[in-house]
Design a protein around this ligand. Structure first.
Ligand code: G3P
Ligand code: CA
Length: 239
């Protein structure tokens, strides 16, 4: 059966990438949680999707230009502003404190597509090791050089290549780079493509699976994990 991963936490019902969204995902019993990580000006690993806080917070500016003390004052409630009260931008450390004693798998997406944050891989891996979470992490990125840097630092931690494109031989490409997981956009997955990835020995974790029809189709194709904003729908359909 496909594993159920909450995308940016339980972001269909709670503000994305906030502790509230992560707590609610753990509460309903997901197998895993996906999240996005950036680095502040003073080198704190924070969980937020965009480089600029404007879309999700009550302010604006680049994460990399602000210290964590500056960033933590903003409300990251996004479209849920006023519904659940103040929801700050979490640090990766706060998140690890939540999941350290659970069996939840964490997919950390390193957001190095625009700014590379030169030390982000090392800092993330140092913290994973500090918490002893090596066996319950998947490190992924659209920046495949980031994924390779993770391999150099900690080959024992599982890695995934993200892509929004319909790649030819995605499985072969991934396996040739010694990466264990393909993280394709869900609409690109046909039976042939799923079979190619599995034949190459890759695990397939696809996103962003929100509709019931897609949950049914992709689980029937044997995709390893479905990453979606409504993990409650996936639980209803798959368990
Ligand atoms: O990691 C899967 C998915 O989250 C990638 O796209 O833009 O939602 O971070 P995005
Ligand atoms: Ca993401």
């Amino acid at each position: 059966m496909s594993k159920i991963f909450a995308h940016r936490g339980f972001s269909g019902k709670y503000p994305e990438n906030t502790m509230l969204a992560f707590e609610k995902a753990v509460e309903i019993g997901v197998d895993g949680i996906e999240m996005d990580v950036h680095l502040t000006k003073d080198n704190v690993l924070v969980i937020i999707h965009d480089e600029d806080i404007r879309r999700t917070c009550d302010g604006e500016g680049l994460v990399r230009d602000m210290t964590y003390d500056e960033l933590k004052k903003f409300d990251a409630s996004a479209s849920f502003r006023g519904v659940y009260g103040f929801c700050g931008i979490p640090t990766l450390r706060e998140y690890f404190e939540l999941v350290k004693d659970t069996d939840v798998i964490t997919n950390i997406e390193l957001k190095t597509g625009i700014f590379e944050y030169p030390t982000i891989e090392q800092r993330t891996i140092d913290m994973i090791k500090e918490y002893g979470l090596e066996d319950r992490i998947i490190l992924s990125s659209f920046n495949h050089f980031t994924v390779k840097r993770c391999e150099e630092i900690a080959p024992e931690i599982k890695r995934g290549f993200l892509s929004e494109s319909w790649l030819i031989d995605y499985g072969k490409y991934t396996a040739a780079q010694n990466v264990q997981c393909c993280h394709p956009i869900h609409c690109s997955l046909t039976k042939e493509i799923v079979d190619e990835m599995h034949s190459a020995g890759c695990e397939i974790n696809t996103w962003t699976v929100n509709e019931y029809k897609d949950i049914e189709r992709l689980s029937a194709l044997g995709v390893d994990a479905l990453i979606g904003n409504f993990p409650d729908r996936m639980i209803e359909k798959l368990r």
